[in-house]
Design a protein. Structure first.
Length: 372
């Protein structure tokens, strides 16, 4: 089962590369590899990938993350040279934008996220480079310095409030995340370098790198190439924000008498047990354990018991799709979120008991639905 991570993350790369090279049926295969295949394997195969012991990395240190990152760079370059240059028909170009945007948002972003939490500086910088490549470099600062510190509180732009639609959340998350991330970096750098902190500001690289990419593409292939690349990156960014929206929707930390929030716990993140989409996203749906141990490699993350942490009723990609439809989303999720509401946040009178679960949920199998 350990090789599932490599298979699930890299399998779509081949049809995408072939689709960028020649279009045709490979475009359809690329789309199916990120949609029907993932949903089908999640639904039909009921297994749970056990976590490796701490200190056991897969397949050999950060090798898989490096391969995924290099694949991301190659696919982005191929997209600009093929779709951006107008080599393919419009329908095939849109299909590749959709497939590659899903892969970048669900695999590439999960991989860059893994890298920015690594202790080695070179790997963290590689992760920041991968986020910058999709014009979202500020996430490399906002995620560890703001989100992990303030998650499930009003001070975290990446935590969706109960009743907030994704379409209201996305611009707030992007803009406020940029501002909060820069403020956090500035405070840290001032304490370290004093008046000369701006020379070390990573936001210069984030913003400058994004502008340089778009300017370079415009110079190489004209405004059309830059516009196609921008569209792809915005769609990939949307996938990342959908993931954050789903994984913390409506969950809050109780505020103590001194105004300090309670420690981050398992019940402050939504989790999902689905094996294939979990492997494809490097165990990002085991989100509670990640917040408890941010530096823990993806293959060692454990799935918390549903009595201790909330679970999504469907896989993370399916719930992200549902989140695009606010009325349907709230009908499914608001009742569940209220069960886990912190005392005194206005959404529940008391800390809720865990939701009842069926045998599938208790065993961590895919397809388990939290009972209403």
């Amino acid at each position: 089962m350990r090789w599932t991570f490599a298979i699930a993350t890299l399998l779509p790369v081949l049809p995408m590369a072939l689709g960028l090279w020649g279009g045709g049926a490979w475009v359809v295969v690329a789309i199916l590899s990120m949609t029907a295949l993932v949903m089908g394997l999640d639904s039909l195969v009921r297994v749970t990938i056990p976590p490796d012991a701490d200190g056991v990395e897969f397949p050999a240190g950060p090798l898989l993350s490096i391969v995924i990152g290099l694949s991301q760079i190659g696919l982005l370059a191929g997209f600009a040279a093929s779709v951006g240059a107008g080599r393919l028909p419009l329908v095939e170009s849109l299909g590749l934008l959709y497939a590659l945007g899903l892969w970048l948002g669900q695999v590439g972003n999960a991989n860059a996220h893994e890298l920015i939490h690594r202790p080695a500086r070179g790997l963290r910088r590689f992760g920041a480079l991968l986020f910058t490549a999709i014009l979202y470099g500020h996430h490399a600062s906002a995620h560890p310095r703001v989100h992990h510190r303030h998650v499930a509180t009003p001070r975290d732009p990446a935590t969706a409030r109960l009743g907030e639609s994704f379409w209201a959340y996305a611009p707030r998350c992007w803009i406020d995340g940029f501002r909060a991330g820069h403020a956090a970096e500035a405070g840290l750098l001032r304490s370290r370098y004093g008046a000369g902190w701006r020379r070390h500001d990573p936001f210069i690289a984030y913003v400058g790198g994004a502008l340089a990419i778009l300017a370079g593409l415009a110079a190489l292939g004209g405004p059309s190439m830059a516009a196609w690349y921008l569209g792809l990156c915005l769609f990939a960014q949307m996938q990342l924000m959908l993931s954050d929206y789903v994984q913390h929707y409506g969950l809050t930390r109780a505020i103590g008498p001194g105004g300090r929030p309670e420690p981050v716990g398992p019940r402050h993140s939504w989790n999902a047990p689905h094996w294939y989409s979990g492997a494809m996203m490097l165990n990002a749906p085991r989100h509670s354990d990640h917040h408890a141990h941010p530096a823990r490699p993806f293959n060692t993350l454990a799935l918390p018991d549903p009595a201790d942490a909330p679970r999504l009723p469907r896989s993370l990609p399916v719930m992200a799709t549902l989140a695009l439809f606010p009325t349907a989303w709230r009908r499914v999720m608001d009742r569940r979120a209220r069960r886990w509401a912190a005392p005194g946040d206005g959404t529940a009178a008391k800390r809720p008991a865990p939701a009842p679960r069926d045998a599938g949920a208790a065993s961590g199998q895919t397809g388990a639905v939290v009972a209403d």
